[in-house]
Design a protein around this ligand. Sequence first.
Ligand SMILES: [Zn+2]
Length: 85
Amino acid sequence: MLGKIIWVLFGVALFYFIWKIGLGMLRGMTSTLPPPPPSGEMRRINVRYRCSSCGTELRMTMAPDQDPPPPRHCLEDMDLIAPVE
Ligand SMILES: [Zn+2]
C-alpha cells in the first residue's frame, strides 16, 4: 500500500518535472522573438520643436517620458511649438 503511494507521488513529481521542462522550452522559443518595449521606459509622443535662432523644426516621436526636456540647436533650447494630434 505504502509502495503504491510512493509510486504515485513519483509519477506526479515526474509529470511536474516534464511539465517544467516543456514550459522552459516554450519560453526559449518565445524568447527568440523581439521582446516588446518595456512599459514606462519609452513613450510614443508627437511634439514639434523649433529653433528660435535658425528656424529649424523637428518632430519628436519617442521619449523616455511624456514631457521631455527640449532638444538643443544653435546652442539654444528649442521652442516647443505644439503637440501634433
Ligand atoms: Zn538652430
